[in-house]
Design a protein around this ligand. Structure first.
Ligand SMILES: NC(=O)c1ccc[n+]([C@@H]2O[C@H](COP(=O)([O-])OP(=O)(O)OC[C@H]3O[C@@H](n4cnc5c(N)ncnc54)[C@H](OP(=O)(O)O)[C@@H]3O)[C@@H](O)[C@H]2O)c1
Length: 268
């Protein structure tokens, strides 16, 4: 279902628990956020739309795992039948919102807000635009490459160089099965995701060996068609997917579970 391209993994290391999810406001990103929150990760959640991001942070805060000796939420004394008062103790801390446009940060990484080092970065941000190959225009192609290829490589490299992704950490890119398939109309998107997959192999080689580099494991997952706002928008625009693919769309939770498993294994 999800084609996995796994690159170098590192030696076992102690459990690590702080993750940055880029594109967390999207269908796959939000599912990854929920899965990692349930696993006890402290999260920095990224998206462009600040309001949507705040809502996501609030909803993901409810997903965090139960903590030993934690008091359950107590009823509001003044309003015994009213909503419970939120428990003040949040040992993992609620998710932190990290808004911004990735293409702007990639153009000048110094404009990226500072961030406490994380143990994992999950790159779920991306865009899809379809067009027959003979209609491709430089502007549209460059726009897509900037989001899907330039930003992950430049910002990924920046995070590693600055130690914002800790040595021994894990970087997961969400690529796409389209990189390997010959879907009509997908030339630009496939090029961007194919480039990402190829580059991920190189990053894994350059960064994966703890003797020579930071010992960062790099993975690129390549899911098939996932049921997310991106896909729904394409269906609405083009009146359906080819070969009735709507019936066999992968739930975003399936991709999220793979990301969670990868990170859980890396933390062992
Ligand atoms: N859906 C599929 O069938 C499928 C299949 C294989 C791979 N993928 C890949 O999986 C990833 C997530 O896809 P999805 O379906 O979850 O898409 P989605 O629901 O459309 O979400 C896309 C995410 O990317 C963010 N984003 C887009 N452009 C950005 C930019 N310039 N700067 C910062 N953030 C930006 C969006 O932020 P805002 O909320 O601010 O817009 C959103 O969080 C993408 O890379 C996609 O190519 C998707």
């Amino acid at each position: 279902m999800t084609r996995r391209m796994t690159s170098t993994t590192c030696e076992a290391r102690e459990a690590r628990r702080r993750a940055l999810i880029l594109g967390a406001t999207g269908g796959i990103g939000a599912a990854v956020a929920r899965h990692l929150a349930r696993d006890g990760w402290q999260l920095l959640l990224h998206g462009r739309n600040g309001e949507r991001l705040q809502e996501l942070c609030a909803s993901v805060a409810n997903e965090r795992p139960p903590v030993a000796n934690e008091r359950p939420p107590v009823a509001n004394e003044r309003e015994p039948f009213g909503p419970p008062v939120a428990n003040e103790r949040q040992p993992f801390g609620p998710p932190i919102s990290f808004p911004g446009d990735l293409t702007e940060w990639a153009a000048d990484p110094k404009t990226m807000p500072p961030l406490e080092p994380v143990d994992a970065v999950v790159w779920c941000a991306g865009q899809c635009e379809l067009a027959p190959a003979k209609m491709l225009r430089a502007k549209a192609l460059e726009r897509l490459l900037r989001v899907n290829l330039v930003a992950p490589l430049v910002i990924g490299g920046w995070l590693v160089r600055k130690g914002a992704l800790r040595p021994g950490g894990t970087l997961v890119f969400i690529g796409s099965e389209s990189a390997q398939a010959a879907g009509e109309g997908f030339a630009a998107y496939a090029a961007s995701k194919g480039g990402l997959a190829s580059a991920a192999r190189v990053l894994a080689r350059e960064w994966g060996d703890p003797e020579k580099g930071p010992g960062i494991a790099v993975h690129c997952l390549e899911p098939g068609t996932v049921d997310t706002p991106m896909t729904r928008e394409l269906i609405a625009t083009f009146g359906g997917l080819k070969d009735g693919h709507e019936q066999s769309m992968i739930p975003p939770e399936t991709v999220a579970a793979e990301v969670r498993d990868l990170l859980a294994r890396a933390a062992q």
